[in-house]
Design a protein around this ligand. Structure first.
Ligand SMILES: NC(=O)c1ccc[n+]([C@@H]2O[C@H](COP(=O)([O-])OP(=O)(O)OC[C@H]3O[C@@H](n4cnc5c(N)ncnc54)[C@H](OP(=O)(O)O)[C@@H]3O)[C@@H](O)[C@H]2O)c1
Length: 317
């Protein structure tokens, strides 16, 4: 069930645990005990790939929780973190990918994670004030020093990826991808195929929209960041709910859930190495991890494709 991560010797589960929700910044009702339980549940459910970042939490909450929950199993997991994004005192997101910042954040991440090295260290996002090649050079130095076993890049376009890869061996990219956001099929995925680089995608569940549990009349609690995304608003929200209803019918015919159909579809798309499924409760990650065992048959895939075509046609009209 494990898959090779690009040109490395790392093997990862196609469902990876996304450790942003447990940082508790944009998800509501998060607590440390549930978060640790969720991390353990992910491991027990066959997930070995954990994705965090220096900036997941104002003060490294996500990395610290991973250390608390998984330190004893460090050699069983593939641990990925990122550098180059943090929060300022006003709570604003800051992109800073200067070489000295990337080095400092990496050292800090290793302390928080209670480990000598991570398996994969990404540039979190390009810094508009720093040439991508400079950030890549800093990550190459950390790779050479053994602070990470492989390097990745997140949120870069293909031109930036070219510049990055000229300075530093690249094992993985990390862009957004889900049934409703498939732009990377046009450029990033072909680039990955050409360069033998893994595609590890975020937002497979579109922040819960495609998990199938939010009702049409759902009201987001104060502090839930999803309210600001157009996909969760107005007509788009209603059309997305119609789409989720179609998926629910398809999944129910196999006694499966919408989330499982969505994740099973995503991890078997050509060129996708792993999907980062966020969770803040054990039952959520147990549900999505079970998608690894579901091989969609041709008839089911055809039904999903039909639903997608109709959804796309609505969007275009
Ligand atoms: N590189 C980057 O710039 C970047 C950006 C974004 C994310 N990421 C990575 O990608 C991961 C995934 O993104 P994400 O966590 O934002 O979103 P996501 O995986 O698309 O959605 C996660 C949310 O969906 C809901 N959910 C998950 N499983 C569910 C289930 N079985 N039943 C019902 N609801 C369920 C939960 O929301 P509620 O329980 O709150 O409803 C959960 O917080 C992140 O954790 C992070 O590791 C990277």
């Amino acid at each position: 069930m494990l898959r090779r991560l690009g040109n490395t010797d790392l093997d990862v589960s196609p469902v990876a645990m996304g450790c942003w929700p447990i940082a508790g910044m944009t998800s509501v009702n998060v607590n440390d005990e549930d978060s640790r339980r969720t991390l353990r549940a992910a491991l027990d459910a066959g997930i070995n790939f954990f994705d965090t970042a220096y900036g997941y939490g104002r003060n490294g909450e996500s990395e610290r929780l991973i250390a608390q929950a998984l330190s004893n199993d460090r050699d069983r997991i593939v641990l990925a973190t990122k550098g180059g994004m943090h929060w300022d005192e006003q709570g604003q997101r800051v992109l800073c990918a200067r070489p000295e910042t990337l080095r400092r954040e990496c050292e800090r991440s290793l302390q928080r994670l209670n480990t000598t090295h991570v398996d994969l260290l990404y540039l979190h996002a390009p810094d508009p004030d720093v040439p991508v090649a400079e950030s890549a050079g800093a990550l190459k130095a950390l790779l050479d020093e053994g602070k990470t076993r492989a390097v990745g890049a997140s949120n870069l376009d293909t031109e930036q990826l070219d510049r990055f890869a000229a300075e530093c061996p690249l094992a993985a990219v990390q862009p957004p991808y889900n049934m409703l956001q498939r732009e990377i099929e046009q450029d990033i995925l072909p680039w990955c195929r050409r360069h033998d680089v893994a595609a590890v995608v975020y937002w497979p569940l579109m922040k819960g929209l495609l998990a199938g549990k939010l009702r049409r009349d759902h009201r987001f609690a104060a502090g839930d960041s999803r309210a600001k995304y157009p996909m969760f608003q107005g007509e788009q929200w209603q059309r997305n709910q119609d789409f989720v209803d179609r998926l629910r019918e398809i999944a129910a015919a196999h006694q499966r859930t919408v989330a499982q159909l969505v994740v099973a579809w995503t991890i078997r798309r050509e060129g996708i190495t792993a999907a980062l499924c966020g969770a803040k409760r054990a039952h959520q990650i147990e549900e999505t991890a079970a998608a690894m065992q579901w091989q969609l048959d041709e008839e089911t895939r055809a039904k999903v494709d039909q639903a997608l075509r109709e959804r796309e046609a609505q969007e275009a009209s």
